[in-house]
Design a protein around this ligand. Sequence first.
Ligand SMILES: O=C(O)CCC(=O)C(=O)O
Ligand SMILES: [Fe+2]
Length: 446
Amino acid sequence: MIADAELTELGKDQAKLAHDVWKEELKFGIPVPGKLYCSPLTRAVHTNAITFDSIIPEPHRTMIIENLREVNSVHTCDKRRTRTYIKQAFPGFDIEEGFTEEDKLWDPHVRETYAEIDARVGGVLDMIFEQDQEQFISITAHGGVFGAVLRVTKQNKLILPVGGALSNFSKGEHDALSRVDHDAYATSHFSEGSDSDSDVDSLFDEPQIDIAMRTAPPITGLFVPPVRLPPEMANDIVQQCMSLYFDGRDVNQIMLFGRTTSEHHGSTGSGLPTFLITLLHQLAELLRDHLPEPVHEMLFPPRDAPPRARQAILNLYHPGEGISPHIDLLKRFDDGIIGVSFGSGCVMSFERVKGQEKEPIGKEEEGGPPDKDRWDLYLEDRSVLVLSEDARYNWTHGIDGRPKDFVVSEKGDGQEEPEWIERGTRMSITFRWLLPGADIVGGPDP
Ligand SMILES: O=C(O)CCC(=O)C(=O)O
Ligand SMILES: [Fe+2]
């Protein structure tokens, strides 16, 4: 095991990608961090140097902070180099006062506990929030450190622009750290499973639970085509996401950003990890014959279309968890949202926003579908959902927190009893277009 390892080739690529995203977003007015902090471990300092190379105007320099180093897991890669070495190797960086010449913290026999790492990372955050007036701050550190940030600030989400090496924090008005980087997210996190202890094996115990349908309810612009991602592809994506983003962290939400470019295939482009670009290609093919052409084109623009910024949001739900009903931010995201389910199905509920004109797809009295204000839809594992038009703007979508869903029988002919389907761990990937000029570093919620 190498002591304080250099950045790997993959790490370098990820940092370059982060750099390219910053460069691209600068054109759209992304505010650069006013203060930058970094772990003293070589791989972090390199990441910071590559990421912010020619992005941050002088005189901003990154400050190296002892307590942003990775959790000591007794591996030698967690031991840092001397102050003299760091100063010589990275002359463009500042080193905090009191930084000792030798690494006094690393001990080959002592594995740091959560309490210890939380205390030291909490100390850094206190220092930042007491001393700094800047609204945007960048911290370049490690998975274990961000895990601590989330515990200390009681945040349950982590947003990584690219590759997982970088995260920035925007100081909120309420708590020290009320929002983490890059998104003003509309929903109030995830709701815990409700009174899940009750026996929900009988309809009469939970009379309020509707029977969810298995096909798209009659809402204009809502599509759930009868297609599934191939199982091997879905498994591969879940594994990649778990190991890259969710593993060992108390995090249930990740946001990634990419931009379509005219050099690349119009629907994909740079910024997103390769497996998500491949997923987009696959979705474009899968959905081709199942969506009206203009909707397909909105989701997967042709090669010669102008470049656009796209967000991929990954949500992880443990059994019983849900997401509060919401409309995806109107000022931030454009029309055309694709959601893919992985690992487990769940019921998504759609509710008409009060005050919106009813636009029934066909008149009920003429044999059209019933005109309801709420629909429950079972999203199967590996299924794909598209929200556009009315479905995107005039209906909320949400997932009730509960351990089982009550769903129309698979035959769907109404003759068989509906079935209870247990929820497993579910991950969803949602692709949305960022509106031109949307402030991707936050701002007030909707
Ligand atoms: O998990 C899902 O399928 C929905 C996620 C969602 O609505 C969102 O992140 O805005
Ligand atoms: Fe949403």
